[in-house]
Design a protein around this ligand. Structure first.
Ligand code: ATP
Length: 434
């Protein structure tokens, strides 16, 4: 079990500007979160790394950014209207509501009171589309990004002239009116997904399914998640969605226990067939080599951006005692760290030192976030940067004025190296590009 608590992470996020409660000055709104100055950098890097591995590093995937609002027929076809529901029970005594799958037995798990019969709650947010009250149509905020890909299958196929196998990647917001929330951003009502729909020949589905299980596990590990905190869990027969042939969850050891980070499913030809049926469009692929038309199968690795961000924070959190003082640092992969370099003057009352530090900051910034900070003594400045995971601090001291060299301190080892100020840009390009 990981020793860091969710409270450690929540506190750090709030205190240092990673994540705030949405509309906090009004008391917030349940399970909706805002990413602050550091959170946005971390989240953006997670998405960039996903996009790089899914789109830029491959030649068989296209990108898409579909709208959040969709024709409601989409949700009839996908099965979300009707079945996208959690079965819930209410306690007649303490009035709390529970997901039926969250406990066994016929009594309230909290107070032992009697419970109601299970009722289904649709998780989709509804809103009204069109300005004229009486004529407005009911539409939904999408509960997953995947359907935007399926309804665009033909557009993408025709414009990209792809052959099977090929995939479509998308990152975007999704909304679910979750009933049981909590655990910080783990289960939010507004969140982001990173989804790939990989279309394959029906008889090649198993091979590609195995391939994506491996690729996705590798992706998390390549960005620093420790092996012992990651595992694959296969869905049992009774757990499988009705359309899925197979499904695995990539689970991470969060402070509350092993929980889903990403789902990888073999959705067969379910979605395209459903959309073809409801829309009346032929969404089959014409295989020139075999001279026949068929509906591709799809392998879907579907991850949550917010859950990935949370996992990276939890996994990177380190607390140690150095010279009898507690040191907390985030051992984030350099590519994910919100700030890559902090430039710190040893003495802020020496204008030449301050001027040199500003010059260095201006010189090395441009491609990543570099900050200048002189609001505390050096020891405290280091601790602040450690706590937010900044891989390198550059300190300008009195000697720097004579030898044009500065001290570069490494976050993880705390090792200090003297480097020529003129060579810093190249030095960091190499270090950060490793
Ligand atoms: P869970 O069982 O935890 O509700 P799920 O199986 O319904 O998740 P999927 O529909 O497979 O989730 O969605 C794919 C991914 O989207 C999940 O693995 C998760 O990372 C993310 N996700 C889903 N619901 C939420 C949520 N409410 N808050 C944050 N991320 C979510």
């Amino acid at each position: 079990m990981s020793t860091v608590t969710l409270k450690d992470i929540t506190n750090l996020c709030k205190r240092r500007g990673f994540i705030f409660q949405s509309s906090e000055i009004y008391g917030g709104i349940g399970s909706v979160w805002d990413y602050g100055p550091l959170g946005i950098e971390l989240k953006k890097s997670v998405k960039d790394m996903w996009w790089k591995s899914m789109v830029y590093d491959r030649d068989d995937v296209e990108g898409l950014d579909a709208a959040i609002l969709m024709n409601p027929e989409t949700w009839r076809a996908s099965g979300h209207i009707g079945s996208f529901a959690d079965m819930m029970v209410d306690c007649l005594k303490c009035k709390k509501r529970f997901r039926i799958d969250s406990f066994k037995g016929k009594k309230c798990p909290e107070c032992g009171g009697d419970i109601t019969d299970p009722k289904g709650f649709n998780l989709m947010f509804k809103t009204r589309f069109g300005a004229v009250e009486g004529e407005a149509q009911e539409v939904y905020l999408r509960p997953e990004t995947a359907q935007g890909i399926f309804v665009n299958f033909e557009n993408i196929l025709n414009t990209s002239r792809r052959k099977l196998p090929f995939g479509v990647a998308q990152i975007g917001k999704a909304f679910r009116n979750e009933i049981t929330t909590g655990n910080f951003t783990f289960r939010s009502r507004e969140f982001e997904q990173m989804e790939l729909e990989f279309f394959v020949k029906p008889d090649e589905d198993e091979k590609w399914y195995e391939y994506w299980l491996g690729e996705r596990m590798k992706w998390y590990a390549s960005l620093g998640i420790r092996k012992e905190n990651l595992r694959l869990r296969e869905h049992a027969e009774e757990e499988l969605a009705h359309y899925a042939k197979k499904c695995h969850d990539i689970e991470f050891l969060f402070p509350m226990g092993w929980s889903e980070l990403e789902g990888i499913a073999n959705r067969k030809d379910y979605d395209l067939s459903q959309h073809a049926k409801i829309s009346g469009k032929d969404l089959r692929f014409f295989d020139v080599a075999e001279n026949k038309r068929y509906t591709p199968y799809v392998i879907e690795p579907s991850g949550g951006v917010d859950r990935a961000v949370l996992a990276f924070l939890v996994d990177a959190y380190r607390a140690e005692t150095v010279k009898e003082r507690k040191r907390v640092y985030l051992s984030l992969d350099k590519r994910l760290a919100p700030i890559k370099v902090a430039v710190l003057p040893l003495l802020k009352n020496r204008p030449e030192i301050v001027e040199m530090a500003h010059r260095i900051r201006d010189d090395i910034r441009g491609n990543y976030r570099v900050v200048y900070d002189d609001t505390a003594a050096i020891g405290r400045l280091y601790r602040r940067q450690d706590e937010i995971g900044t891989p390198y601090c550059v300190t300008v001291d009195v000697d720097s004025l004579n030898d044009e060299k500065v001290t570069v301190r490494d976050r993880d080892t705390m090792e200090q190296t003297r480097v020529a100020a003129a060579g810093l840009k190249k030095f960091f390009e190499e270090k950060l590009g490793e």
